[in-house]
Design a protein around this ligand. Structure first.
Ligand SMILES: NC(=O)c1ccc[n+]([C@@H]2O[C@H](COP(=O)([O-])OP(=O)(O)OC[C@H]3O[C@@H](n4cnc5c(N)ncnc54)[C@H](OP(=O)(O)O)[C@@H]3O)[C@@H](O)[C@H]2O)c1
Length: 312
């Protein structure tokens, strides 16, 4: 039985990775900061480990002793994605861990360079730490979570105005994978030793923005007026404008992701769904018919400027 430590086990993605690993028969250690809140449901193969990446590698060591694979699904700024994950990697090295899946779970962030997306830059800096590590890196790329892409932070759907906004021509295929499917693929990838040292691309569905709008109109039974916001150059200029006044990266990072999605640099390559035939991804139509239908209603609580987004 493979033993896997999951950091970020209370998060939207991490909690589902824990569930999927247990369903696949793995022995799971869930790293949680507070034992009392949102802890995973009890299971005979699940051990709760209380710890914070900020505690440092010495304190984290006991949690990774005897572990074969570390999966990180933490979220945060440089102190978490670079410094915190580096402490976890150092502890993993000393424990003889074979592989680590860092908290990437993104569009293909290695398809473009530094300076395009602040959150990708953090993940790219952390990836460099594996160059001298005995632990092999397995990076998982999935495109965009619809739970966020169709939520307020991306400014694509505006339920109150009844609009669907597009930068560029909307004709290039983008990659969309639900949080649940990402967790299912990640559990399979974590237990697949052939992924050591690789970037593994898996996807729910690939479709253009114009096709996505058609899916949304079909699922919601209403018309969404197409708003063409400008060219990709206009989008880059809008990001630069926002960066001057932003109180938080949340005010522009979603648009940064859209630049790389719409110019094709973040497109998934060599998609490996066929390696994981027991994962049946959710189509966009199926997502919109169930949980995703929440995107069609205007949010009850207005978001504060710069507030970190939450999935539907
Ligand atoms: N592709 C996409 O469209 C997309 C969209 C959103 C997110 N993502 C990616 O998915 C991954 C997971 O995101 P998420 O939305 O699931 O995040 P989330 O729900 O905010 O969960 C973050 C987790 O990290 C934990 N954490 C934060 N700092 C920590 C620390 N210092 N030590 C230990 N644990 C810590 C949190 O613990 P507490 O519960 O104690 O706070 C929580 O369990 C991230 O890499 C994120 O960038 C991708």
């Amino acid at each position: 039985m493979t033993t896997v430590l999951v950091a970020g086990a209370t998060g939207s993605l991490g909690s589902l990775i824990v569930k999927n690993l247990l369903e696949r028969g793995a022995e799971v250690r869930a790293l949680v900061r507070k034992p009392s809140t949102d802890k995973p449901a009890a299971h005979p193969n699940l051990t709760l480990c209380v710890g914070d990446l900020a505690d440092g590698s010495d304190a984290l060591q006991r949690h990774v002793d005897g572990v074969e694979v570390v999966v990180s699904a933490v979220q945060g700024g440089p102190e978490v994605i670079i410094d915190g994950q580096r402490e976890l990697l150092r502890a993993a090295e000393r424990a003889g861990v074979h592989r680590m899946i860092p908290s990437d779970f993104s569009i293909n962030l290695f398809g473009y360079g530094y300076g395009i997306n602040v959150l990708s830059d953090l993940r790219r800096v952390f990836a460099d730490a594996f160059a001298t590590s005995t632990v092999a890196r397995t990076s998982v790329a999935i495109g965009a979570f619809p739970e966020f892409f169709l939520g307020p932070v991306h400014e694509v759907l505006d339920p109150a105005a009844g609009t669907f906004s597009v930068w560029g021509d909307g004709m290039r295929a983008i990659d969309i994978t639900t949080i649940g499917d990402t967790a299912a693929f990640t559990a399979a990838i974590a237990l697949d030793p052939t992924t050591a040292g690789r970037e593994v691309h898996v996807v729910g569905q690939q479709l253009t923005m114009l096709e996505l709008r058609n899916e949304i109109e079909a699922a919601s039974g209403r018309r969404w007026e197409l708003v063409r916001r400008g060219t990709l150059e206009d989008l880059r200029a809008e990001i630069a404008r926002r960066q001057f006044n932003a109180s938080s990266v949340v005010e522009y990072v979603a648009l940064q992701a859209q630049v790389a999605m719409f110019d094709g640099t973040a497109a998934l390559r060599d998609v490996r769904n066929a390696d994981y035939p027991d994962v049946t991804p959710t189509s966009v139509a199926a997502y919109l018919a169930r949980r995703g239908a929440a995107h069609f209603a205007a949010p009850q609580v207005a978001r504060q400027r710069g507030e970190w987004p939450t999935p539907v």
